[in-house]
Every structure is written in C-alpha cells, then in structure tokens.
Design a protein around this ligand. Sequence first.
Ligand code: FEO
Length: 397
Amino acid sequence: MGKQITEHVKWVGKIDWQLKTFHGDELSTSHGSSYNSYLIQDEKTVLIDTVWQPFDKEFVSRLKQEIDLKDIDYIVMCHNEIDHSGALPELMREIPDTPIYCTAAGEKIIRGHYHCDWNFVNVKTGDTLNIGKGTLTFIQAPFLHWPDTMFAYLDTDHILFSNDAFGQHYATESLFNDANCKAEIYAEAIKYYANIVVPYSNFVTKKVNEVLSMGLKIDMIAPSHGVIWREDPAQIVTKYLEWANDYQEDQITLIYDTMWNSTRLMAEAIADGIRDYDPNIKVKLMNAAKEDKSDILTEVFRSKAIMLGSPTYNHGYLYSIAGMIEIIKGSAFKNKKAAAFGSYGWGGEAVKKLSDELTACGFEVVDEGIKAIWIPDEDVLAQCRAYGKSFAQKVSE
Ligand code: FEO
C-alpha cells in the first residue's frame, strides 16, 4: 500500500529487497533498492515517475487500490531510464490520454523505449503546473545523470522531487533518513555518487548552486531510489557539493591482481611503506579479481592516490585489472595521483602499460612505478616498502 509522507503526497513506489545488481551487472546493489513513485493529491492528481518494468503490473494494481486511475490528471516523468519509466506502458494501457509532463529529451527517450504516441507535454526550467492549492515547478537538470533529467518542486509541501540525484540503492521500509542505519545510507549514497554521478560532477555543482540560488524552502528531498531526506535535507546537498569538487580523502588504494602471489606480496610491502611514511593515511588493498568492482570504484573515488598492480601476462596485464581500468576511465576522475607495480618473469611490460593507462585515465602518474622479477625475496620486499614510503611522500606533497 502507499504511504502518506506529507499532507498531499503519498509514496506509491516499489521496494526491491532482492536487487543485487543494477544496470545489468554493472553495479552491485548489496542493500537492494527502491523505485520511488509519488502520488500528489490536490485539486488535481499527479503521479511522479513509475517503477521498473518487472514490477509494472504490481505497481498499477497497487495504484488502483489508492485511486481510480482515471482520476490521475497528470503524469510527471522526471527521468526516463527503464527503472523509472518501465511501468508506463502498463499504466498507459489504462489511461492512454493522460498527459505526460517531461523534458523534450525525456519525450525522445520515452518514444525510443516504448514506441508509443502518448500525449506528451514538454516542460523546461521555470515552467509550472498549477494543481489546486499547490504548484509544481520544473527544473531541468540535464546529465544528473541523463540528458532528460529534471527536478520538480511542490510548493505546498516543500518537497523537491530529485529523481536519481541524492538517491541511494537502499531498500528500507522506513522511507526516511531519520530512521536507523544512517551509516549504511551514507555508504550507499557515496557508492551511488561514485559509480553513477561522478562523470557529471561539473553539472552537479552548477545545478545544485542554481537550485540553492532559487531560495526554495525545502523540507524534503525525495529521490527516486532509497530514503527521502527529511531530517536536515541540506546535509545531502552539502555532501553533493563536496563530492562534486574533486573529492578525496587521505586514502591510498592499491588495486591489484596476482597469479602466484608475487604481486600480492609487493602490494602488501608497498602498503607497509605507505604506513611508514604516515600511519594516518588510510591504505586499502583490493584484489580486483575477488572484490566487488563497484566497491573498488567507490574506494578510488575516496582516494587521493591509487596504485594498479598486475603481473605481466602475455605482454600485458590481467583482465580483472583491464576491466577496472575501463571503469575508472569512464569515471573521468580528477585531481588524483597514481603509479603502477607488478611482478614478472620475462618481458615485464605490465608496469609501463599500466602507467600509460593511468595517464589516459586522467591520473597524475608520479613515477615509473616498481616491478620485481619472479618471487620477491626479502631484499626486493624491502625495496617495495621503500618505494611505498616514497610514493606516499610524493602524493602527499
Ligand atoms: Fe534510477 Fe537513471 O535511473
């Protein structure tokens, strides 16, 4: 059933407890997710966003328990990726003439997805929709995170419907951020930002400042995934501005793969060297073949520097590292330093190739890295440790 969240607004979305991956298998969602849809009941009735297609029939059926679908005057689609627009075809079978308010880019996406000639009304920033006592104001937010994205602001209840922005893949019955599990909510919010929003950080800064300059009274930020920010909603706005500003913590992350443990031994010795330089630097070692790649990317986002490590394999490096390079490259991180390391038996091309890839990913590669032949002995591990210390110094300057 729906849940009343303010005088005029009811949550009518779907909590997806069992979702473990998103965007195909691209993103892990270990705490599930939700597809938040909202029903505004004023003199007019408005539905904001729908849910993912696998839940379309359930969504429409539950919506019918809340309201006669024919009473829905307007549908507002803030963003039309499948997880929010997926139930539109099922819904529009019942109410085919209901106007769909969306951006022009949103209309193109809906048409491209569902190939239906529905009653679209294109809106842009500053356009309003009077619904009785209240008014919805639309604010385009392109590339937060798709070209079609927009926010909608409801003045009576002081809610900003932000769609993906400020969201988290987090399943909870509580709906609000003022419940338990605050650490989990933030962990999921930063993971969401690191994995989905980072490439669009310039747009985030511009849009957030634009919305702040509008002076809207915002009591709640209601995203399309996870909890609604009701307790101090400004906190997630502040975090977004922080995250969008070339975010980094005092952390160095070593991402490696290993065949016979030589590269792992190097990673551990380098990590010891980093701690020798400054025990307060947080050091993380992540085996790319074993760790969740979305979690690795989140740690890269947190880090001021990273190291990539791989043994040389067929003149290159191992494919788990190649996969991580592809993900990291797409994220277009800024203001981070890096270097490479790895073991080899002959050839030893991996370290140079990894260094080149790090440069191509936009990292400042601070030196030529370090490599070790066969299994590192105590002397070589001492060199790795010394290297870690010098690397930490270079990236802390
Ligand atoms: Fe939650 Fe961009 O869709």
